[in-house]
Design a protein around this ligand. Structure first.
Ligand code: T4K
Length: 378
């Protein structure tokens, strides 16, 4: 029986990084070893920026060592100050980037359908000190981008999208990354497109791209001019070379993810107390980075945590992305906006969510076993 097969075999994690064959990577490494250009805007770095801009359908890509440094630098790029409106339902890096920039996070609740920041609650959180909105396209699903832009235009705010989950996703005909002032990406090992560690800022004009590139290289404009107190957040040549190779296989990897998501959806739909995450109908080229389900313990036979631990007993390590909420961590829980009354929907969703394993290598037999464990849970 399926349930037994997982106990016999390997442990299943929420994700497993996809890598090309070593044979294919070796020629890239030989080039690096031969040229001794290891970092600082080398040839692979330049090539990957150009290829990604083309692949993603955006104007400018600036590569970073990881997604967190991309976020930190995006805030520096736009000289954001004072208070920033953001979501508590994200990976902690989103709010940490504000803290590292000495900015005050103001948490606003999420809407229940897509788990993104609720535009209807933003206005009441704006004060004279508000300068920006830092929103997250949670699970790669677009925020209410038009409504957020309306608010930003009305109140003179910048918008930065943490698009760590949204690599390759389109909203209608356009990349999600074309909305807002800047968007940031993560190419971490756990993401559908990975360079082991890595990230990027997407911007819409050449001058901003230049400022970002100064900032990620200590602020250097040339050998003698430092334009700003920059940081070192550059992607190195090995990461960039890997990215070029990963891009070749991206489409086929996403197709495999899509098949797994379909299987989960087909078999888990209609179960009492279990809600599937259904992305916005205008989302195209979905990357299926996560497969979240939501458990209502009043009507499902076990609680979310009950199911989480039951799966673990069978060596299936789903993840509760995002639990706890960022607003519950010690650094942030003292903030006025962090109180549970202000964040009712985020509190509820965070207590119900469980992300199931999804990655190209995951075989259908294992997917069926996971489904069986869920449907037989008691
Ligand atoms: N903004 C958002 C919205 C984000 O989600 C993230 C990152 C960021 C910003 C920051 O971007 P980066 O600075 O990371 O580029 C993981 C990732 O570490 C993190 O990148 C990601 N979001 C977050 C949602 O998930 P953990 O603590 O859950 O990772 P970890 O190490 O427990 O990995 C999960 C599973 O993946 C493991 O159980 C096994 C598997 N795994 C992981 C790694 C690292 C592997 O098989 N191989 C590996 O190398 O945070």
């Amino acid at each position: 029986m399926g349930t037994k097969s997982i106990t016999r075999n390997e442990t299943i994690y929420v994700t497993k990084p996809t890598l090309p064959s070593l044979d294919e990577f070796l020629p890239y490494l030989e080039k690096i070893w031969g040229s001794k250009i290891l970092t600082n805007n080398g040839p692979f770095h330049q090539e990957l920026e150009a290829e990604l801009a083309n692949f993603l359908g955006v104007k400018y890509v600036s590569l970073f060592a990881n997604g967190t440094l991309a976020l930190l630098t995006a805030l520096q790029t736009l000289k954001i100050s004072g208070e920033v409106i953001t979501t508590p339902f994200s990976f902690v890096a989103t709010t940490n980037a504000l803290w590292w920039n000495n900015l005050k996070p103001v948490f606003v609740d999420i809407e229940p359908k897509y788990c993104n920041i609720d535009p209807e609650k933003i206005e009441e959180a704006i004060t004279p000190a508000t300068t920006a909105i830092l929103a997250v396209h949670v699970y790669g699903n677009p925020c209410y981008v038009e409504r957020l832009q309306d608010l930003a235009d009305t109140y003179g705010l910048k918008i930065i999208y943490d698009a760590a989950h949204a690599f390759g996703n389109n909203y209608g005909d356009s990349s999600i990354l074309n909305f807002g002032d800047l968007s940031t990406l993560s190419f971490h090992a756990t993401k559908p497109f990975n360079t082991m560690e890595g990230g990027a800022i997407i911007c819409h004009d050449a001058k901003t791209k230049q400022r970002i590139d100064y900032l990620k290289n200590f602020g250097f404009a040339d050998e003698t001019r430092v334009m700003a107190p920059g940081i070192n957040s550059k992607m190195n040549e090995m990461q960039a070379a890997l990215g070029l190779l990963q891009l070749k296989y991206h489409k086929q990897n996403i197709e495999k993810r899509a098949e797994i998501a379909k299987r989960y959806r087909d078999k888990l739909k209609g179960i009492k107390g279990l809600t599937l995450f259904l992305p916005n109908e205008r989302l195209n080229n979905y990357n299926y980075s996560y497969f979240p389900i939501f458990i209502d313990e009043k009507t499902f036979p076990v609680s979310r945590d009950g199911l989480y631990f039951l799966l673990r007993e069978h060596k299936v390590f789903g993840r509760r992305y995002f639990y706890p909420l960022i607003s519950q961590f010690p650094t942030y829980r003292g903030l006025p906006s962090a109180n549970a009354q202000n964040l009712k929907t985020a509190e509820r969703i965070s207590s119900q969510v469980l992300c199931l394993p999804i990655y190209p290598e995951l075989d259908m037999q294992t997917v069926d076993t996971i489904i069986e464990l869920i449907t037989n849970a008691k």
